[in-house]
Design a protein around this ligand. Structure first.
Ligand code: GLN
Length: 545
């Protein structure tokens, strides 16, 4: 293998239990290096799905979409936001992808009559992917997160590949970071090291000696516990860090930095890291010192699992950091409205702005339509995303254009007025995996439109994940009735943005702008919504004291 001059590898594994925030820990470490080095993140998942695109959001949280159309999990959102980078689908390895490739190679006869085995063939395939990505991206540092928990059968092949990597790249070029859990059992009031010891034992049994341990804990780890972990796990005491429970994950890089993680990375990897002024610090300060508060309703159907809307919550938080408005997010379950338990007006009481997010299927749709109608008629700022756009068109068609029972054919196949319909190229597709219109597409924004003003640009690129579109046979009719199609994908005449003029903020996009929002550069449509909601809340507080 051809080696890049200073290429370094940081491997992040996790122990004890899942959900400790391995992705955030990895992204935080990467953040501290990303202003000086080209850090390329990779994630190795043990599951046999090719990608999470076909998984239920209840089970797997939000599906994150990349520019290249790859469907990946939420951790890639953290990577892009923390490293200010654009990830690619091949940065996510899944066992589904690995086996697909091994099978294809075997069928082609590439193994030349050999018995194809987990070791060496699967492990070699994993390493090849890693080296290929490092080369292609010309990475200074490859940041590799091994999904799952050490000890899970399904991550063992990855762990073995990570162990072998050290022999290939040299000890001074690889840093093994292990994230564990340090509980403080109720009634004991003491930080406990045993789970960490056991999990490091599992890792060492597989041939990996960690260089750094991060103990997730509700308190800063004490010197005593660090000493104990150090002696049991054979790790320098200074290389043990706290993965503190925090209200805002953007603080984590700085907490690790304060505890000295940069020194450890410098020493082990022989990196020259100089400390730089990080613009995040000011933005975090703004978040901690809000000057006012507004409330935004998020109307969806997976609201019981708020992880399904992770990037939307992120985007709103980014807006808070720039406007100093603290945002209360109220999750509204639109099936409740639909079942007639409560009406939209009641649900939206005290709300300054509303988001109708992406979604699939018919459950909750009538509730969402009721919310949209209420916002349109009562001039409540409203942002529609993807399915949200489609339903805003349906509502407009029904209530303004008076097309009775207009609908999207996703909800009603036999509607008389299919104002939203499958895209032509989708009509013949039956397979579910990676078959939607996925990834970044360019829209042209109409001159004088709100969309153009918000983006301050004529051309924008946003990411997509959908099968349906505003039916082109209705474009003209909708426009004549006052709905402006303010952004188009010209090649196929797809409506990418819609808006209303005589409304303080009624705009929607077929794309998912939340996916590209960053702490330093919030997504324009979200920032616009927050500002419109702030204006509305001033209006209300001065008129009803
Ligand atoms: N269900 C709609 C479609 O497939 C919207 C998808 C979404 O909101 N991501 O077009």
């Amino acid at each position: 293998i051809l080696m890049h001059a200073i290429r370094k590898y940081i491997i992040v594994t996790g122990g004890v239990l899942s959900g400790l925030g391995k992705g955030i820990a990895a992204a935080s470490i990467g953040h501290l290096l990303s202003s000086q080095y080209k850090v390329v993140p990779m994630k190795l998942d043990g599951y046999l799905n090719v990608d999470p695109g076909t998984m239920n959001p209840y089970e797997h949280g939000e599906v994150f979409v990349l520019d290249d159309g790859g469907e990946v999990d939420m951790d890639f959102g953290h990577y892009e936001r923390f490293l200010n980078t654009t990830c690619k689908f091949e940065h996510n390895l899944t066992m589904g992808k690995v086996f697909e490739e091994i099978r294809a190679k075997e069928r082609r006869g590439d193994y030349l009559g050999k018995t194809v085995q987990f070791i060496p063939h699967v492990v070699e395939a994993i390493k090849e992917k890693i080296h290929a990505t490092a080369e292609k991206e010309n990475a200074d540092i490859l940041l590799i997160e091994v999904g799952g928990t050490v000890g899970d059968m399904e991550s063992d092949l990855y762990i073995e590949a990570m162990r072998q990597l050290q022999d290939e790249v040299g000890e001074e070029n690889i840093l093994y970071v292990h994230l564990t859990y340090v509980p403080i059992p109720a009634g004991v009031h003491e930080q406990k090291s045993k789970p960490t010891q056991q999990s490091v034992y599992e890792l060492r049994r597989r041939g990996i000696q960690p260089d750094v341990i991060i103990g997730r804990c509700q308190e800063i780890l004490t010197t005593e516990i660090k000493g104990k972990i150090a002696s049991f796990c054979g790790v320098d005491k200074k290389a043990i860090f706290t993965g503190l429970d925090v209200d805002n994950v953007y603080k984590i890089p700085f907490l690790l930095e304060e505890e000295g993680i940069v020194e450890i990375m410098k020493k082990k990897l022989k990196l020259e890291i100089i400390s730089v002024d990080d613009p995040w610090k000011q933005l975090l300060h703004n978040l901690e010192h809000p000057t006012r508060e507004i409330s935004i309703a998020l109307c969806g159907k997976y609201t019981s699992l708020t992880d399904s809307y992770a990037s939307i919550k992120e985007a709103l938080m980014h807006c808070s950091a720039h406007t100093k408005a603290k945002i209360q997010i109220k999750f509204i379950e639109t099936t409740d409205i639909e079942q007639g338990n409560i009406c939209a007006a009641e649900m939206l009481q005290g709300i300054d702005g509303v988001i109708v997010p992406g979604g699939f299927g018919s459950r909750g749709v009538e509730g969402k339509l009721a919310v949209i109608r209420y916002c349109r008629e009562n001039k409540i700022p409203l942002l529609g995303i993807c399915f949200g756009l489609q339903l805003m068109v349906v509502e407009f068609a029904r209530d303004v254009c008076l097309l009775e029972n207009a609908n999207t054919t996703e909800v009603d196949q036999h509607t008389m007025h299919p104002v939203v319909d499958l895209m032509t190229e989708q009509k013949a597709i039956t397979a579910k995996g990676a078959t939607m219109r996925l990834g970044a597409y360019i829209s042209y924004l109409r001159e004088g439109s709100l969309a153009r003003r918000l983006y301050n640009s004529e051309i924008v690129s946003e990411r997509h994940r959908h099968r349906y579109e505003v039916n082109q046979q209705y474009h003209q009719f909708l426009e004549e009735n006052g709905l402006s199609i303010s952004g188009l994908y010209l090649e196929k005449n797809l409506a990418e943005f819609i808006e209303l003029k005589d409304h303080p903020y009624f705009i929607a996009t077929q794309a998912h702008p939340e996916l590209k929002s960053k702490l330093s550069t919030p997504a324009p449509l979200f920032l616009g919504l927050v500002k419109a909601a702030m204006d509305k809340s001033i209006y209300y507080s001065s008129s009803n004291p």
